[in-house]
Design a protein around this ligand. Sequence first.
Ligand code: AN7
Length: 355
Amino acid sequence: MRYTGLIEKYRDRLPVGDSTRIISLGEGNTPLIKLENIPKELGKEVNLYVKYEGLNPTGSFKDRGMTMAVTKAVESGSEAIICASTGNTSAAAAAYAARAGIKAFVVIPEGKIALGKLAQAMIHGSTIIQIKGNFDDGMKIVKEVSNHAPVSIVNSINPFRLQGQKTAAFEIIEELGSAPDYHCLPVGNAGNITAHWMGYTEYHEIGKSDSTPIMLGYQAEGAAPFIKGSRVDNPETIATAIRIGNPQSWDQALKLSKESNGWFDAFTDKEILATQKMLTKKEGVFCEPASATSVAGAMRDIKLGKIPEGSSVVCTLTGHGLKDPDTAIAQCDQSAMININPTLEEVKKAILDQM
Ligand code: AN7
């Protein structure tokens, strides 16, 4: 059967009616890839998977929430949507608004969103409002302005976003036959970890899974309110997607972490980039820096034995590596590039020199 997106697939578990016009780009149904080389290198017997959410239509998990948020905005007669964003939400909002034929306004921190995400927001024709401030400043304004202008907020404080995003947990359970023992996610606003927990508990309650996973949330050290225990005023990290100091789903994330017996941890930018690179070189999987935080966490906790051998572990790779080409190129060895003349002799020599 032709796959037409997650709302059609999970219609009975989502708040849509028979006559609802569905705004979809075929999101969801992303690969769950079993890592082979990294577990070997760790010397531990674990079943370690990555859920490659970068393969959604706009290159991030945000599409799962945006198909629902925009579908419901259109159903309610809304002609414009708005979001504050570190980049990926703005890309998804711009694309789904274009699909629906409505306007999108995106509020982004000037100079702090990755190039690919900016290109997406621009080419889809959203109105880009750059502020001299960070995501948290933008979020505050967006919440206020929606009381003064006819715009629907499509940030994850919109409950339909989490409804859409919970389907990632459904897919994992269906593929593995049950929930994994551990689920690792990068945490910014904590919307996605909240949505996953909703999905896992929902499938557990209706008997589609024997258990629920232990939920692990990982942050960047410069933007780690859940590790600090309170909001962070000036969040800073190379993983701009999670450069967030005032998480919107704060209470929900603390609650689910406790309920699932989970924990939070943080990683330096250097550790995050090293993990991003390791995934590309050892597994052939290219994710953006923020996404690699989930694998950095899984690796550390497997090494420490906090995640015991024999466990099944899923890490969400939230966004595609192509979102942030600048950061990718900057961390590669430029001298590895071979510059020669276009002759058989020189190309042959370049190859043989490497063998
Ligand atoms: C790649 O786009 O908040 O914990 O405005 O883009 O649900 O916030 C992005 C978040 C992880 C964190 N990985 O998810 C935005 C935005 C990537 C992201 C997160 C984001 P949440």
